[in-house]
Design a binder for this molecule. Structure first.
Ligand code: ATP
Ligand code: MG
Length: 600
C-alpha cells in the first residue's frame, strides 16, 4: 500500500476528465512493459527507480521558494489521490532550478506538510520501501547534455542580444517576432559558446541559450524560448558547481520524462506551454535521450478560495509587511497556518474530493471548506464549557438551600453527546459562576430567553434559576447578575419541581475556573475576492481579523496537550495552540463557529 489514506470507493464519487484519461490510457495498455532506451547510467535510469509496468505515475512538483497553501493542497491531493486510486505512484519532486529564491527551510516545510496531509512518497513492496522523493537539481547534468544535443542538432542557439532587444524582437499577439542576428550561427559555434557559458567565461545575463523553433509562431511560447541563462548564484543542493541554470520551461518536461511520469497534471496557466513541452520531449526522444511513451501534460483549473489570497508572492508580502505574524499565522491559508488554526487534514482532503477538478478557474466559497471541517470535527471533538466574555452570576439563596455557603454541588456532562464510550466530564457548581455577558439583558429584547429580571433559565447540567436583578459600578456598567435557585416548594431542594424554561446557558464555576487566552479569528479580508477590479488586496484586509480575550474554562481540560481540538459548547471549535499553549498557560485558537456565521 503506497498511502495510508483509504481510497474513496464511493460509487457516487464524481468522475472527472483526468480519471477518464487515465482509465483510457490504462485500458489501451500504454504503460505495459515500458522500458528505458537510453544509455546505462543515465539519470533516467535511476530517477524512476526499479522498472515496473502498467502503472501510472503522477508528481507534485513544488518550487521550494515559499510555504505551501491551500491551492497546493488541491494539487497534492489530486496527484497523490489519482496514484492511490489507480495503483500508481506519486513523486514528490522539488523543482529547484532557480537558486536565488530557494532554500532548505522550504524543502523541509513542504515535506512536513505533504506528510501532514496524510500522503507518503514511499511505496512498500515485498517488505522493502522505495522513496519517490526527487530533486530537479539532481538532473542538471542530464539537462546540460540535452542542451548540447539540441545545439548539435541545430535545434538551439546562443543568443547575445540584450534582454531589451530580445523582448522587442519577440513580437506580440498581433505581430510576429523577428529573428535574432545570432540565430544562424553554426552548431559548432553555438556549442563552443554554450561551453563558454558553462565554464563561466561570460557575465551574468550576457547571453542565453534559446530553442530554435519559429519566431512567427502564433503561440508566443514557441518563439525561440530561452533554455539556459547565466546566473552566478549558490544553489541549495549543487552549491557553486554551476553558473548556468535551466529555465523552468526547459527543465520541467525533462524532469517529468526522467522520472517517467505518465500524467503530468498542472494548472491552466501552463496550457500554452504544452506545445513546447511536447516539442522538447519529442526532439530528445528522437535523439535517443528519452524513451517512449513520453509524459503528457494535462491542465486543470486552479483553486481560488474566497476571503484569502493563494499566491506565494502575496502571502510573502503579508508576512514581510507584518500584516500577519509569520507564515504560520492562523489567519493565513498556508498549510502551516491552517494546521495551527486547527484545520484537520481530513477536512482539507474532503474539500478537494468534494470539489473535483474542472477546466475552469472557479472560486470556492470559504464556507465549503468550513462545512467539511465542521462535519469532521462534529463527530470527534470533545466538548467543554468556556466563558469568553465573562460576567459573574451570584446565586443569592445558595447558603439557604444547602445550609452552607461553601457547599459545592457535583455535576457531570458527556465528553461527547453521541459517543457515550468517551465517558463524562466532572465539575462542580458553587454560589458564583461565570456566564457570558450577553446572556443577561436588563431590558430583554423580543424573543430573548436567557437571563433578565423575572425570567427563569437553566444552567446547563445544573439547576434552574430565576434572575432577580444585577449589580453595577459607579459608571453604570453591570458587574454581576443576581439570581436564585428555584427550590422544590415542599422539600426545599433544588430542581424537583417541573419548571419549564426555554433558555439554557453555559457557565463555569468561579471557584474552579481556569484562566485561558483565547484567540478569536475572523476572515483575513473583508471582500470575497480581495483583488477584484484590480484593487490592491492590502486595502481589503479585515482590521478585526484577530481578537484576543481572557476566558474562563472548565477544569476538565486543564491538561490538554498542544494541538487538541474541542468544541466549546455554544461557541464553536477551538484548538490548543501548537506553539504558545503550555501547562498552566492554556492558549486556544478559534477554528470556526458551530454554523456558518457569514451565511446570509
Ligand atoms: P503560487 O501560484 O502560489 O506562486 P506556484 O504555482 O508558483 O504557486 P509551485 O511550487 O510551482 O507554486 O506549485 C506546485 C504545484 O502546485 C504546481 O503544479 C501548481 O500548478 C500547483 N498549484 C499552485 N497553486 C495552485 C492552486 N491555487 N490550485 C491548484 N494547484 C495549484
Ligand atoms: Mg506558479
Amino acid at each position: 500500500m503506497s498511502n495510508p489514506i483509504p481510497a474513496n470507493d464511493d460509487p457516487l464519487k464524481p468522475s472527472n476528465f483526468l480519471r477518464a484519461i487515465i482509465e483510457r490510457d490504462l485500458e489501451a495498455g500504454i504503460y505495459a512493459g515500458r522500458h528505458f532506451a537510453g544509455k546505462p547510467g543515465d539519470a533516467a535510469q535511476h530517477a524512476a527507480g526499479p522498472l515496473d509496468t502498467a502503472r501510472i505515475r503522477t508528481r507534485f512538483p513544488p518550487e521550494p521558494n515559499g510555504y505551501l497553501h491551500i491551492g497546493h493542497a488541491k494539487s497534492i491531493c489530486l496527484n497523490f489521490g489519482l496514484a492511490r486510486d489507480y495503483g500508481g505512484v506519486c513523486h514528490l519532486r522539488f523543482d529547484d532550478t532557480n537558486p536565488e529564491k530557494e532554500d532548505q527551510e522550504y524543502v523541509d516545510a513542504i515535506q512536513e506538510m505533504v506528510a501532514w496531509l496524510g500522503w507518503s512518497w514511499e511505496t512498500q513492496s515485498a517488505g522493502a520501501s522505495t522513496s519517490h522523493l526527487f530533486f530537479a537539481s539532481d538532473y542538471f547534468d542530464f539537462m546540460y547534455r540535452a542542451a548540447e544535443y539540441l545545439v548539435s542538432a541545430g535545434l538551439a542557439y546562443v543568443d547575445e542580444q540584450t534582454a531589451e532587444e530580445m523582448r522587442a524582437n519577440r513580437g506580440d499577439f498581433t505581430t510576429p517576432g523577428v529573428n535574432s542576428p545570432f540565430r544562424s550561427r553554426s552548431p559548432q559555434d553555438n556549442l563552443a559558446r554554450l561551453r563558454e557559458m558553462r565554464d563561466g567565461l561570460h557575465a551574468d545575463g550576457a547571453m542565453v541559450l534559446r530553442a530554435k523553433i519559429d519566431m512567427a509562431a502564433a503561440n508566443i511560447n514557441l518563439r525561440d524560448p530561452a533554455l539556459y541563462r547565466i546566473r552566478r548564484a549558490t544553489h541549495h543542493n549543487t552549491g557553486d558547481q554551476w553558473c548556468i541554470y535551466p529555465m523552468y520551461t526547459f527543465a520541467h518536461p525533462i524532469e517529468d520524462a526522467l522520472e517517467r511520469i505518465t500524467h503530468s497534471i498542472c494548472t491552466l496557466e501552463f496550457e500554452d506551454q504544452r506545445p513546447f513541452y511536447d516539442w522538447l520531449l519529442n526532439q530528445l526522444a528522437e535523439g535517443g535521450l528519452l524513451a517512449q511513451p513520453l509524459p503528457k501534460q494535462y491542465e486543470f483549473g486552479r483553486l481560488n478560495l474566497t476571503y484569502v489570497v493563494t499566491s506565494k508572492r502575496k502571502l510573502r508580502q503579508l508576512v514581510d509587511e507584518g500584516h500577519v505574524q509569520g507564515w504560520d499565522d492562523p489567519r493565513l491559508p498556508t498549510l502551516v497556518g491552517m494546521r495551527r488554526r486547527g484545520y484537520t487534514p481530513e477536512s482539507i482532503r474532503a474539500m478537494v474530493e468534494a470539489t473535483g477538478v474542472t477546466k475552469s478557474n472557479a472560486w470556492l466559497d470559504y464556507s465549503v471548506l468550513d462545512g467539511c471541517l465542521r462535519s469532521d470535527l462534529e463527530g470527534k471533538a470533545l466538548r467543554a464549557c468556556a466563558v469568553l466574555d465573562p460576567l459573574k452570576l451570584k446565586l443569592t439563596n445558595w447558603a439557604e438551600i444547602f445550609g452552607d455557603a461553601a457547599h459545592l454541588q457535583a455535576c457531570s456532562a458527556p465528553a461527547h453527546p453521541h459517543l457515550p464510550e468517551l465517558g463524562t466530564r466532572q465539575f462542580t457548581l458553587g454560589p458564583e459562576v461565570w456566564i457570558e455577558r450577553d446572556d443577561f439583558l436588563e431590558l430583554p429584547t423580543k424573543g430573548f430567553q436567557r437571563l433578565f429580571p423575572g425570567n427563569k433559565t437553566r444552567l446547563k447540567y445544573g439547576y434552574i434559576v430565576e434572575c432577580t436583578g444585577c449589580e453595577k459600578d459607579a459608571e453604570g456598567r453591570i458587574t454581576a447578575v443576581l439570581a436564585h435557585i428555584i427550590a422544590d416548594t415542599k422539600s426545599g431542594t433544588p430542581g424537583a419541581d417541573a419548571v419549564k424554561v426555554k433558555g439554557v446557558i453555559t457557565w463555569v464555576g468561579v471557584h474552579e475556573a481556569l484562566a485561558a487566552e483565547v484567540r478569536l479569528y475572523d476572515r483575513l479580508f473583508t471582500e470575497p475576492q480581495p483583488e477584484a477590479g484590480g484593487r490592491d488586496f492590502i486595502e481589503t484586509l479585515n482590521p478585526n481579523s484577530k481578537k484576543i480575550v481572557s476566558a474562563w474554562i472548565e477544569p476538565s481540560i486543564a491538561n490538554l496537550p498542544a494541538d487538541s481540538r474541542l468544541q466549546f459548547e455554544r461557541h464553536g471549535y477551538f484548538v490548543t495552540d501548537r506553539i504558545d499553549h503550555a501547562a498552566g498557560k492554556p492558549v486556544f485558537n478559534k477554528i470556526t463557529g458551530l454554523r456558518d456565521g457569514w451565511a446570509k
